[in-house]
Design a protein around this ligand. Sequence first.
Ligand code: DLL
Length: 436
Amino acid sequence: MKDLSPRPGDLEAIETASRDEIAALQVKRLQWSLKHAYDNVPFYKSSFEAAGVHPDDLTTLSDLARFPFTVKQDLRDNYPFNMFAVPREKLRRVHASSGTTGQPTVVGYTQGDLDVWGAVVARSLRAAGLRRGDMLHNAYGYGLFTGGLGVHLGADALGLSTVPVSGGMTERQVRLIRDFQPKGITVTPSYALSILDEFNTAGMDPRECSLQVGIFGAEPWTNAMRQEIEAAFDMHAVDIYGLSEVMGPGVSMECVETKDGLHIWEDHFYPEIINPETGDPVADGEQGELVFTSLTKEAFPIIRYRTRDLTRLLPGTARAMRRMEKVTGRSDDMIILRGVNVFPTQIEEQLMTVKGLAPHFQIVLSRPDRMDEMLVQVEAIEGFSSAEDRAHAAADLRGKVKRNVGVTVKVDVSEPGGVARSQGKAVRIIDNRPKS
Ligand code: DLL
């Protein structure tokens, strides 16, 4: 793999600032953001008042813990535009969640917000090793989802040659990578695996392609998956994180030279980790739920937003700003199977160590006999798909999940191609349990 580390002069001043400088900037920006939200969004005025706090009460970073949380339901209750702090005409962009699980949530951006978003995504792409003039194949979906257009903004700000291919039409993805020779690809890790399959189907060696770095996010993925993708493509694989409510992609980013968790762009997004049960902040280094407060957003300030993503905060390494550990899962995705907490990423980790299995998987939950059951659907790779090989792989995976995750599961190994493919965010859990 090529060395993509930054050269002297590549970084912005804030990326090497002292903790004191960062904290001073955060206090100033938090004061602005709390006041902006309170003065312009009736929801925040009433939620602050109900909690007995006023924006003037914040004089140090720890005062933030006195302010109330914001949760997804608050955004739904204020559908579509009541969370905005600027008149509708000041919006230059609106994005929204797909709304498949209820009322969609809507977010908005002023021109100033789009400029900041472009700047943090540009910083993220640079942390991945891309530089002005490089070509980027952007396979995140374009549309209401923030992935495609968010990355595109940052790629423009950095000065990349962007191919806005979006998700889907996998054959064409491979053809364009072959013909255009991009240096980087932005895509969900699960869709990257579909693209990888397509390389093999087309009889092309992915290790021979031009890609030097893949920038993967929008869904959880493991370090085991990183190794698999890096080996298959002979390229770096780095993690990008974000969520629409806070901005979109580019809230935090892993640096290609260290690959040790994601640096949070703390000059724009203030992170906290809380105990999800009590809501109390926990110390850096401790696991819990990630909470964000926006520091500079104009159209859609967000105060103490509970992401439901589970991680912990770690000190900065390649950059001054703190890191968050790779997100292992969302509290929403946690399966409680006979008293044991299981995340899909734990199944992924085990699956990657079983010979003869492809990295695609889905988990089907059912309750045949008042007891929950988990079926892991996986598939064999070519050359390992005889009935005997598949039975062997199933037993191996079952044993590993039992020993290392602590739960008994059923495993179904299908022929190659048997598991549904993702073109964006993978659907990992199919819940067929009766709704209680
Ligand atoms: O997924 C934004 C994004 C686009 C991030 C492209 C990175 C790349 P939402 O659709 O609002 O926004 O979904 C946000 O996706 O709360 C996490 O649960 C999950 N997520 C995003 N990035 C990662 C990641 C975009 N790197 C939700 N690792 C978040 C694990 C991630 N989970």
